[in-house]
Design a protein around this ligand. Structure first.
Ligand SMILES: Nc1ncnc2c1ncn2[C@@H]1O[C@H](COP(=O)(O)OP(=O)(O)OP(=O)(O)O)[C@@H](O)[C@H]1O
Ligand SMILES: [Mg+2]
Length: 646
């Protein structure tokens, strides 16, 4: 049961060079590790240690119900088969035990041995038949149970990733969401099939006990409580040790995440070059080592406490078993039970005890797995609340004017607003530019316009329709975004541009031409079907500017009402940049364009320019008007113009 701690386990860090000292042995002090202060871990763990045995008992029915629901969703047929065959397994067990009493009674009768054996024969045949049938139905139940596993896994995984793909973008700015996601992803989701399987084990064991207890009850009622006495101490120890384990694991989540992130930096392709050029290895390894050591000492203390709990449980369990057999001996001596019944009782007690042990084991596992599985359920419930609930109105199919009215926005967890009372408008067919210094809020405004974030205050309207009530997924279908931090999709060049839509070859090529991506593709060994990911065989890598051309092509391919270009040319060469701005200047083939750029020469031709400064629109108008104004725009424009004319 002592499982490995939560995945994803980062691979053992490797040294980045061939130096003989392989070492993560830090001689310098460990770097600051913000969230990993010990007092915080323990404070969190303390709260959870409060979970008592009764709480566990109370939670079990709900867990079993969840498991049953999941199993039913996965396959009603296999669920029913598992349950029905398990019940029959128990019935045949009980039947076999009772038949054993018949065998023993016949054998213990007075008379010559051959006769006694003959008398015992019918009961003996019954025992054999019961044993065979039990084996058969148990095999059938096992088969149905193992068929459930992969089906349940699939359902749980699809649910998890269905939700992570649908939650509002803001969730990804929330560390609590990441923690919960990590818990759900690393262990929670993989527990779904295990929980179902353990719930079935629990059921099987319970049926086995019912069978043994029924037989014991028939033989002599006083044997029943004695049986419980022998097993309860073990159960206590097992549950206690599971609880310690879970609370420790829970508290270690931030450490695992930090380790995972550092491991990724050391093992992944993207940062590999910078890890070397900035000689980051020592720094990263020290950080890794600090987290690992803290984790190690906590795990060692856990192992010690678990061993103590197990020892105490087993010692008490031994005493309990002794009491059971002494009591049985006393009953025999007092003549309260005949010898044949005592013999059958010993068998029933052994069978019951093994079922009870299975039950305790399953209960304990179900509790432990249930804690992780609950993480998955909690994550799903939390993710449901992070959906754009209530936003169900259909998106307008076109607009004459998009108006942003007094919009305020603060990123979750941030103190300073990124946008304060911003008002702008974009008319159909216009090219509107957004300029301003780094961090002034341009990308944030673009994300609000594209429906990725909902404003805290103010309104965004498409004509009369306030977007606050509009289904954001439908809205986004009308908007194309060339993002500043575009994704380098590990897909083919084709899918990097068409994003899984199929509008035909002509549309693909036309979009690629706008951005000069056609030249990029022409240089690829398999053209549009080249995989753009070096981690796979035949995968290709592109240069920064080539990637940007692909990203621009993607934006144009979407053919949306509104095209948002956020720094579309930062990495483009002069020729590609000129071609793209020419296209945008000619209103991007009839689209409405919001252009964000630091290349001020290219915004001269915009219908209107908004200047953002620390989250506020400070100036707006045409290029000529803003130059006359002599404000921030004129200053920035002057700086760039002078740099070129010098
Ligand atoms: N996801 C985020 N969470 C918290 N704060 C953020 C987030 N993204 C941006 N910010 C903050 O919001 C402010 C505005 O950022 P934004 O990206 O909109 O600037 P920008 O004008 O696009 O800058 P640049 O010219 O560098 O692209 C910055 O202070 C930034 O630190
Ligand atoms: Mg930006």
């Amino acid at each position: 049961m002592a499982d490995t701690p939560s995945e994803p386990r980062s691979p053992a860090p490797r040294t980045a060079d061939d130096s003989p000292s392989p070492g993560p042995v830090p001689s310098e002090p460990a770097p600051e590790l913000g969230e990993l202060t010990f007092s915080d871990w323990h404070a969190h763990a303390e709260k959870l240690v409060g979970i008592g045995f009764l709480t566990i008992a109370r939670r079990l029915p709900a867990l079993v119900a969840h498991a049953a629901r999941l199993a039913w969703l996965a396959s009603p047929r296999d669920t029913v088969t598992t349950i029905v065959l398990s019940v029959f397994g128990g019935v045949f067990t009980a039947f076999g035990l009772l038949a054993t009493t018949g065998v023993l009674s016949a054998l213990f009768e007075a008379g010559p041995t051959p006769e006694r054996v003959r008398a015992a024969l019918p009961a003996l045949i019954l025992v054999g038949v019961a044993a065979t049938l039990r084996t058969l139905v148990q095999a059938g139940a096992g088969w149905a149970q193992s068929r459930l596993d992969p089906q349940v896994s699939r359902i749980a995984e699809e649910r998890l990733y269905g939700l992570t793909g649908r939650v509002e973008l803001a969730a990804f700015d929330d560390p609590e969401f990441h923690d919960a996601l990590q818990r759900a992803r690393s262990r929670g989701v993989s527990m779904a099939d295990t929980v179902v399987s353990t719930a079935v084990d629990l059921l099987t064991a319970a049926i086995g006990i019912a069978a043994a207890a029924g037989v014991l009850g028939v033989l002599h009622p006083v044997l029943l409580p004695l049986l419980a006495l022998a097993v309860l101490p073990d159960a206590w120890a097992a549950v206690r040790s599971a609880r310690m384990r879970y609370t420790t694991m829970y508290a270690l989540i931030p450490a695992h995440r930090r380790k995972w992130i550092i491991g990724e930096l050391l093992a992944n392709r993207e940062p590999a070059a910078e890890v070397r050029s900035f000689t980051m290895r020592g720094f990263l390894m020290r950080m890794y080592d600090a987290v690992s050591r803290a984790e190690q000492s906590i795990m060692l203390s856990l192992a010690r406490r678990q061993t103590v709990a197990r020892l105490v449980g087993e010692a008490l369990g031994g005493v309990g078993t002794a009491v059971v057999y002494v009591a049985l001996g006393l009953l025999l001596a007092a003549g309260a039970v005949p010898l044949a019944v005592a013999g059958a009782a010993v068998l029933a007690i052994r069978s019951g005890k093994s079922s009870l042990e299975n039950l305790m084991y399953a209960t304990n596992r179900l509790y432990e797995e249930g804690l992780y599985f609950t993480d998955f359920l909690d994550f799903c419930a939390d993710a449901e609340t992070r959906m754009s609930a209530g936003r169900t109105a259909p998106a307008p199919s076109s607009f004459e004017r998009i108006a942003v009215d007094d919009v305020t926005f603060t990123y979750p967890g941030s103190d300073t607003p990124a946008l304060r009372g911003v008002s702008i408008h974009i008319d159909r067919g216009e090219v509107v530019a957004l300029v301003g210094e780094n961090g002034s809020g341009k990308t944030t405004l673009a994300k609000i316009l594209s429906g990725l974030y909902a404003p805290d205050g103010g309104h965004v309207r498409w004509d009369g329709t306030d977007l606050a009530g509009v289904d954001p997924d439908r809205l986004r279908e009308h908007i194309a975004v060339i993002a500043q931090d575009h994704t380098r999709w590990p897909l083919t060049a084709r899918h990097n541009i068409d994003m899984g839509t199929d509008k035909g070859e002509a549309a693909l090529v036309a979009a690629a031409e706008v951005a000069g991506a056609d030249q990029v593709v022409a240089g690829l060994p398999y053209g549009y079907n080249t995989l753009l990911d070096r981690r796979f065989k035949d995968g290709q890598e592109l240069s920064g500017g080539q990637w940007q051309r692909i990203a621009v092509a993607r934006g144009f391919h979407r053919d949306a009402l509104l095209l948002i270009c956020d720094e579309p040319t930062a990495a483009l060469d002069a020729r590609a940049e000129h071609a793209l701005f020419e296209r945008i200047r000619r209103h991007a083939d009839g689209r409405t364009v919001l252009l964000i750029t630091h290349r001020l020469a290219s915004v001269r031709y915009a219908d209107r320019i908004y200047v953002l400064d620390r989250g506020k629109v400070t100036e707006h108008g045409t290029h000529a008007r803003l130059m006359d104004l002599g404000g921030l725009y004129a200053e920035l424009y002057g700086l760039q113009a002078r740099a070129y004319s010098a």
